[in-house]
Every structure is written in structure tokens, then in C-alpha cells.
Write a protein that binds this ligand. Structure first.
Ligand code: F6P
Length: 381
């Protein structure tokens, strides 16, 4: 982590939100904004739609009135995008816009830029830090998969929403004696499905970190029927895979790692794309397979973007505000090139090099996994 070489006191900071939106983003903008503006007397400029705003000079000056009333609001008042500074589509052409961003940072007289985002944003922020900008980030995502932080804001709200959905599915599954397969987001991490699956009492929980065997899932459901309970809720993460698909993906990823030349790389990437293509519609396929194997009627519910929308929970508002205000302190101290991580009740600056490119997956022996097993939940393995 580097001390700012530029100024001992930061006067004007920029802030942007990048990647998929998540509940708590506005609470974090407010936390950073109020601390910087009111507590430290800095100026703060919002940049719209992620890194693109820094390229296109698309701004939203933040003052007391713009920061008021946003704590409870979902989404992000700044807008967001998945644009990457080094690979941005401008006028139909993919270009490296890093130099433009550096130029605009200077043009606006910024002393720091705060980037709120998930794993991809941490990587992009590191690139900008390496290009010489004073960058500081906050960890945001409903997936909870950012490395080196206890938690990311957005996760708690999404878990509440997914839990409530599982709760509601119980009565309809029970009434119709059906299997309901609920697909939950999380990209390639199982935190959201595991957390809401345990909290909602799902009978089967399938996560990307534990490859499943459909026969084993069917056995667990049949056992429930044998004991007189002829309905089941299956919580499946969007990235959960059967043993066969998981093996194929792992082999292709290894091939990519070992690839020595371009054709080998291309072949490995094609293999990965094929597995991913095969994976599309996996939840529907799983429901059909379970229907055939158990003779219980099956239905699918895909939770989708409802998990990301709307009011953040109290836990997310608190986390986002804590991280945001700690970010203001670090800017004041001139600490950059870091992500503000949640650590217990406190916060901790972690160098971006330790965060970027790392994904926090669920360890297969994690306490939540063990808890699920103890209460008789099938993990499909
Ligand atoms: O990272 C958050 C997330 O909601 C993932 O859970 C999901 O896989 C992805 O974003 C969806 O991305 P998009 O908003 O680009 O469709």
C-alpha cells in the first residue's frame, strides 16, 4: 500500500460504481461522500456508468442535496457498466482508454478516485493504480466472492430476498407434492445459494464448489418421500455443475493454463466455451432429470435480477456506510492502491495486488457446508 506522493491532503476526489449493481451502493456513495465532504471538507465528483464516465467526462457533482435521501434507495445514482478501461468499445471499436482516463483524472484535478465494485472492478482499479492514479476501492457484490474481505455489501440483502423466496416456495411445493428447483445467482461462487438455502431450509443445496450427482439428489428426495414428505425444495446456484461438466471444465481450464502457443490457447478456450454452452438451461434440465428419477412433478423458479433490486437491508446499509466512512479516513491519510476490507467489526486496507484476480469461493469444508450436512441437507455429492 502506497502513501500518496502527490499531496499530503486530498482536496478533490472522484467516485464511480462499476460491474453489476447491488443493494447498498448508494449507502456506500453516501458514506464516502458525507465523510469526505462534511467531515474532511473535500470536494467530490461522481462519474457516471462505471469507468466509461471517466473516459467520456460524464459527471454528477455530489453535494449535500444529491447525497441526501439515498441511503435506502436500491441501485446506484451514478449508474454502472461492465466497461473495462483497457478494453472499452468506443464508436464500435475496442480500445485501450487508460491514457484518456489518466488525462481526465488530471484535467479534473482529482487527488483520488474511489471505485465501488466486485472482482472485475478490483482488477480494473489495480490497472489504473499501476498507471499512476490514486485509487481506492470498496468491495461490492451480491456474490460475496471478493477476496480478502469478510463480506461484500449487497450480499446480505440478496440473501434475505433469496431466503424469502425459498420460504414462499415451501407452501406451494407442499400443496402440490412437487419438487421446486430454485435457481439462485452467485456467478461461480455458492455463498448466496448456501446461505439462503440454509436459512430457508432447502432440502437440497447445489453450489459450484461441490459438483453434484443427479442420482444422489434423487435418492435424497426419494428418502424424504419414503418418510412421508413428498415435496422438496432444491436451491441450485447458477454456477453449480454436474460431476461430468465440472470435470470437463476443470480439464479445459488446466489445458488453458498449460497452453504454450496461440492455437493451443484457442482450442482450450473453445473447450471452456463448449462446457459453458452446455451449461445453459442446466436448471431446467436438472428439474426434468429429477422428475424422471423421482416420479414427482417438478417446477423451476429462476430468481434472477429481483435478487439485486430494491432497498438494501439494515446489515448492508451498515456495512456500506462503515466501509464508505473508513474510505474517507484513508483518503484523508493518503493511503491508496488499496481495497477497504471488512474485518470483524472494523475495516482494514488491503493492497489491491492481493485482491485483484482472486475469487473467494466457498471452501468445501466451510462451517456453513458442515452445518447444512448436519441438519440433513443434501449437497448432491
Ligand atoms: O455479479 C453479480 C451478478 O448478479 C451475478 O450473480 C450474475 O452471474 C451476474 O451478475 C449477472 O450479470 P449481468 O448483470 O451482466 O447480467
Amino acid at each position: 500500500m502506497a502513501k500518496s506522493p502527490k499531496t499530503p491532503k486530498t482536496k478533490r476526489i472522484g467516485i464511480l460504481t462499476a460491474g453489476g449493481d447491488s443493494p447498498g451502493l448508494n449507502a456506500a456513495i453516501r458514506g464516502v461522500g458525507k465523510t469526505c465532504l462534511n467531515y474532511y471538507g473535500m470536494e467530490i465528483i461522481g462519474f457516471r456508468d462505471g469507468f466509461r464516465g471517466l473516459v467520456e467526462n460524464h459527471r454528477l457533482p455530489l453535494d449535500r442535496s444529491t447525497l441526501a435521501g439515498i441511503l435506502t434507495v436500491g441501485g446506484t445514482i451514478l449508474g454502472t457498466s461492465r466497461d473495462k478501461p483497457h478494453r472499452m468499445v468506443i464508436d464500435g471499436q475496442t480500445q485501450d482508454m487508460t491514457a484518456t482516463i489518466v488525462k481526465n483524472y488530471d484535467k479534473w484535478g482529482l487527488d483520488a478516485i474511489v471505485c465501488l465494485g466486485g472482482g472485475g472492478t478490483q482488477k480494473n482499479a489495480l490497472r489504473l493504480h499501476q498507471a499512476g492514479l490514486n485509487v481506492i476501492t470498496l468491495p461490492k457484490t451480491i456474490d460475496n466472492d471478493v477476496a480478502m474481505t469478510d463480506a461484500t455489501f449487497g450480499f446480505a440483502t440478496a440473501m434475505d430476498i433469496a431466503t424469502e423466496t425459498i420460504d414462499r416456495l415451501h407452501s406451494t411445493a407442499h400443496s402440490h407434492h412437487r419438487i421446486i428447483v430454485a435457481e439462485i445467482m452467485g456467478h461461480r461462487a455458492g455463498w448466496l445459494t448456501l446461505g439462503s438455502g440454509i436459512a430457508g431450509g432447502a432440502d437440497v443445496i447445489l453450489i459450484p464448489e461441490i459438483a453434484y450427482d443427479v442420482e444422489k439428489i434423487a435418492d435424497a428426495i426419494k428418502l424424504r418421500s419414503k418418510h412421508g414428505t413428498n415435496f422438496s425444495i432444491v436451491a441450485v446456484a447458477e454456477g453449480a455443475m454436474s460431476r461430468e461438466d465440472s470435470r470437463a471444465l476443470l480439464a479445459a481450464e488446466k489445458k488453458l493454463e498449460r497452453a504454450k502457443n496461440l492455437p493451443e490457447k484457442k482450442a482450450a478456450k473453445n473447450e471452456i466455451a463448449n462446457v459453458e454452452l452446455r451449461h445453459q438451461g442446466n436448471t431446467m434440465r436438472l428439474a426434468h432429470q429429477l422428475e424422471e428419477l423421482t416420479q414427482l412433478e417438478s417446477r423451476v423458479t429462476i430468481l434472477g435480477y429481483v435478487q439485486r433490486g430494491g432497498t438494501p437491508s439494515a446489515a448492508d446499509r451498515l456495512l456500506a456506510t462503515r466501509l464508505g466512512s473508513a474510505c474517507g479516513d484513508l483518503i484523508h491519510e493518503g493511503v491508496f492502491g488499496v481495497m477497504v476490507a471488512a474485518r470483524g467489526d472494523g475495516t482494514e486496507p488491503v493492497p489491491l495486488e492481493k485482491v485483484a484476480g482472486k475469487r473467494k469461493a466457498v471452501p468445501v469444508d466451510h462451517a456453513w457446508v458442515e452445518t447444512a450436512r448436519r441438519v440433513g441437507t443434501s449437497l448432491g455429492d
